[in-house]
Design a protein around this ligand. Structure first.
Ligand SMILES: Cc1cc2nc3c(=O)[nH]c(=O)nc-3n(C[C@H](O)[C@H](O)[C@H](O)COP(=O)(O)O)c2cc1C
Length: 414
């Protein structure tokens, strides 16, 4: 019987344990978590979501305070078009977060950064260009382009000296998305180094409509593998979404995936950024508690625990402080939903906004409990303590369990 450790992800001459911890913003997949994956010979992701805030918390910068102060005059204004990010500060925050993480890296694995392209930051092209190139400047091993895949992203990095040496990958949920991306980037003569195929059971945003349940990861991986074979394109495929045990991973590795990307199991790791109380919510969740809804202003369905405080919260839009989801014209679907409620309740008191949520603020405060569909099984991965809480695990324990387990077994902690 095979185990994950019988396989290797090959990048040129480099061989890695084929386990990738997926990016989880905002600082849920912390540097500490990503560094553990790298130390153990796999790949870990940090995320550049709300990077200014991450930098403020980690490195005592005051980017968010400074931006809020600068745009204070606009807080009561529903027109957010003037609220812009300072590109120099964006570069600095990225260099700090990525640079400090890379300095701390040990072991043979790699650290990548997850860059969600739906973070349009009121100036999509300029801000994305700075995010990508600053991460390369700071020595990141690789960049994973996700949510909202922008077909021109490779072009934004093409002038960077590390464009051909850093690992660049994309997340797709259909063969069509991959075809479009490859067509668009053909002129750069630079293929992605890896393609993560994310199915409908993943956490975070889904690359499907609300009909996500009709799709299945193994089928999509097979379709994409067949397409690449027919086109004679050789790119490692990485399967993601709902892979809960080492045996689940082996079944993908035996069917042509070069690695797996996993996240949900690591949401209850000591190194994960979620507060301890929120980890207990994840442990306690039952299958019925996990919902897919459309409250994310990005327009993508998102999976989360149904008792997440973000659902129905009617806080004032916080774009002067954050504003990561403002499109290029100062709009965000939450502002529209909030304004519709203000018309009905002009005093703004006890406001509840059900259609959308202020995702920046709630992700920042760990109040949007996004999770994968297998979250209800987390309680089976650990022990319950005498006080009724569950014991969080080390990232090493979870990683090794994926790497060495057989027969769908889950190794319980001592
Ligand atoms: C809490 C959480 C947050 C996530 N945030 C992001 C994100 O910011 N960007 C992204 O591309 N994927 C995100 N994902 C998706 C994961 O990176 C990963 O591909 C997926 O969840 C793998 O499936 P699994 O959770 O069933 O193992 C998130 C997943 C979880 C569980």
């Amino acid at each position: 019987m095979k185990r994950v450790d019988d396989f290797r992800l090959k990048f040129g001459h480099k061989e890695l344990v084929p386990i990738i911890i997926g990016g989880m913003g905002v600082d849920i997949s912390t540097a500490e978590l990503a560094l553990e994956a790298a130390r153990l010979g796999g790949i870990g992701h940090i995320s550049d979501a709300l990077i200014h805030d991450v930098s403020d918390r980690r490195f005592d910068t005051e980017f968010v305070k400074g931006k809020t102060r600068f745009y204070k005059h606009n807080i009561a204004n529903s027109d957010k078009s003037s609220v812009q990010f300072d590109l120099g500060q964006l570069a600095e925050a990225t260099r700090l977060h990525v640079g400090k993480t890379m300095e701390a890296k040990r072991g043979d694995g790699m650290v990548f950064v997850n860059v969600m392209e739906k973070l349009t930051m009121n100036s999509p092209r300029d801000t994305l260009e700075v995010r990508l190139n600053s991460a390369l400047d700071a020595g990141i091993d690789g960049i994973t382009l996700s949510a909202g895949l922008h077909l021109g992203s490779f072009g934004l990095m093409a002038g960077h000296p590390r464009f051909r040496d850093a690992k660049l990958g994309i997340i797709v949920s259909s063969v069509r998305a991959l075809q479009l991306f490859l067509r668009k980037t053909a002129r750069l003569q630079r293929l992605p180094d890896y393609v993560i195929v994310e199915g409908p059971l993943a956490g975070g945003h889904l690359g499907f409509g609300m009909d996500w349940a009709k799709y299945d990861l193994a089928t999509i991986v097979a379709e994409i593998a067949a397409y690449l074979k027919a086109e004679q394109i050789d790119i490692p495929l990485i399967a993601a979404g709902g892979i809960f045990t080492g045996s689940d991973a082996v079944s993908f590795l035996e069917n042509g995936a070069a690695a797996v990307q996993v996240a949900t199991r690591f949401t209850v790791a000591n190194e994960c950024g979620l507060p301890a109380k929120v980890k207990q919510e994840y442990f306690r969740a039952s299958e019925e508690d996990i919902v897919v809804n459309t409250i994310s202003p990005t327009g993508y369905p998102m999976r989360m625990l149904q008792n997440t405080p973000a659902i129905g919260s009617g806080i004032r839009p916080n774009c002067e402080a954050y504003g990561y989801l403002l499109d290029g014209n100062g709009n965000c679907a939450y502002i529209t939903a909030y304004n519709a409620q203000i018309v009905i309740h002009p005093d703004g008191k006890n406001l509840s906004v059900m259609d959308k949520t202020c995702l920046c603020t709630h992700m920042r405060n760990y109040n949007c409990w996004t999770c994968g569909s297998m979250t209800y099984r987390l309680k089976d991965t650990t022990r319950m303590l005498p006080d009724g809480t569950y014991l969080p695990l080390s990232a090493e324990h979870i990683f090794r369990d994926y790497q060495f387990s057989v027969d769908n077994q889950l190794l319980l902690p001592e």
